[in-house]
Design a protein around this ligand. Structure first.
Ligand SMILES: [Zn+2]
Length: 76
């Protein structure tokens, strides 16, 4: 894990480009790669932004030590 990794992201709410440290992100993985997404709180407008995470983003966030949640079906 690399300490101090930062990511530049676009806020879909205020459309500002913001830079946040890895610990401000949350990665959520579903049963399929298409369900993967990441979320962060925008420091500019305070919006809770949620975006789809492609394989490369998942890899980068995981490598940076971002907290990961894995969704599993309740009624399997
Ligand atoms: Zn924003």
């Amino acid at each position: 894990m690399e300490a101090g990794t930062r990511f530049k992201v676009y806020c879909s709410q205020c459309r500002e480009k913001v830079e946040l440290p890895a610990e401000d992100f949350r990665l959520t993985l579903g049963r399929t790669p298409e369900q993967a997404h990441y979320s962060f709180g925008c420091p500019r407008c305070g919006a809770a932004v949620r975006k789809a995470a492609g394989a490369k983003i998942v890899e980068a966030l995981t490598a940076a030590g971002v907290r990961t949640m894995r969704l599993v079906p309740v009624d399997g």
